[in-house]
Design a protein around this ligand. Structure first.
Ligand SMILES: Nc1ncnc2c1ncn2[C@@H]1O[C@H](COP(=O)(O)OP(=O)(O)OP(=O)(O)O)[C@@H](O)[C@H]1O
Length: 307
């Protein structure tokens, strides 16, 4: 038997008994803990209002923990921010697209933390912006206004900004919302490359079907961490039902409704969806596990059909 993987030490992101209470007295996150090592892609999954953005804000230093700690590559948040360790790819709704700014200027913003107060770009800064635009396939759009781009193109530009920043930790807030299959595949390929280069990525997503495809860790959130760890162990039907309660749509097809074969009564297909790309579980163990190539393949095929 292969040796069991060691538990993460939190050398990338360490969230330890984190609680966040907003000034209006609302405790959005209570006693949440998880640990991620370099070279990880982790999904952050939970219903609307479960505290995903609050966890992001705590990691980015926008809110102070009322209890507990966050450490990033071993450093307290303020020190990590000073060193430009954290890059953020926002949700589209958070951005004012009417602000007149060129694509290349958005990507250059990723270099601001590396510049002095006058923000004069060096040759090295420009080279890194060029390389980032090239890497996400947006070089041809560099002189366009950001507001003129499609949703998927805008996402690529913000990914390029994160690349230009060269942060070891990248937070992505629903990167697949409103993007087509090709852009989603391109984003996933890029995230895998970054993982191989030792980055840590925390991805908030409602795209349940994509999670087993590319995330090696999962954090399930409902105002606290319900479960955290390797995707195969944590991303199970039972845990998802606990996380989403009645919100999750769950269709089960089995027996004659699905197959005409002799063994139809033993076979089933379960679809779990939080309204974006659904998680499709095939076969006899559909009621137990969400991992395995069948589940991922099925989710992909279903996605193609939906679009
Ligand atoms: N600035 C704030 N002041 C007071 N309460 C807040 C604030 N921001 C968020 N909340 C509350 O904290 C809870 C968690 O919100 P949060 O935005 O972290 O959830 P989320 O999981 O990111 O949701 P979504 O999936 O809708 O983006 C919600 O009940 C929300 O109303």
């Amino acid at each position: 038997m292969p040796p069991a993987a060691a538990a993460p030490r939190g050398d990338g992101i360490l969230v330890d008994r984190l609680s966040v209470t907003y000034p209006n007295g609302m405790t959005a996150v209570r006693d949440a803990s998880f640990a991620l090592d370099p070279g990880t892609i982790c999904a952050l999954v939970g219903v609307n209002g479960s505290g995903k953005s609050t966890v992001f804000k705590a990691i980015m230093g926008f809110v102070r923990p009322s209890a507990g700690t966050v450490r990033l590559t071993g450093l307290p948040v303020p020190q990590a921010l000073k060193r430009n360790i954290v890059a953020y790819v926002p949700q589209s709704e958070e951005v004012d697209w009417n602000f007149p700014v060129l694509v290349e200027d958005v990507v250059m913003m990723g270099r601001y933390g590396h510049m002095n107060l006058l923000r004069v770009a060096s040759r090295d800064d420009r080279r890194k912006v060029d390389a980032a635009l090239e890497r996400v396939g947006m070089t041809a759009f560099r002189r366009r206004q950001i507001g003129e781009l499609s949703g998927g193109q805008k996402k690529r530009v913000f990914l390029a900004r994160a690349l230009a920043q060269e942060g070891r930790i990248i937070l992505l807030d629903e990167p697949f919302t409103g993007v087509d299959v090709t852009t989603e595949a391109a984003i996933v390929a890029l995230l895998r490359d970054l993982r191989d280069a030792g980055h840590v990525m925390l991805v908030s997503t409602h795209n349940l079907g994509s999670v087993p495809d590319f995330c090696d860790q999962v954090v399930l959130l409902d105002r606290t961490v319900l479960a955290a760890g390797p995707t195969a162990a944590v991303f199970t039907r039972a845990n998802l039902e606990r996380t989403f309660g009645g919100v999750l749509r769950n269709f089960s097809l089995g027996g004659a409704a699905l197959h005409a074969d002799a063994d139809a009564d033993r076979r089933s297909l379960t679809v779990l969806t939080d309204d974006e790309r659904p998680l499709v579980l095939y076969g006899d163990d559909a009621g137990r596990d969400a991992d395995g190539p069948d589940a991922a393949d099925a989710a992909g095929r279903d996605d193609e059909r939906r679009r």
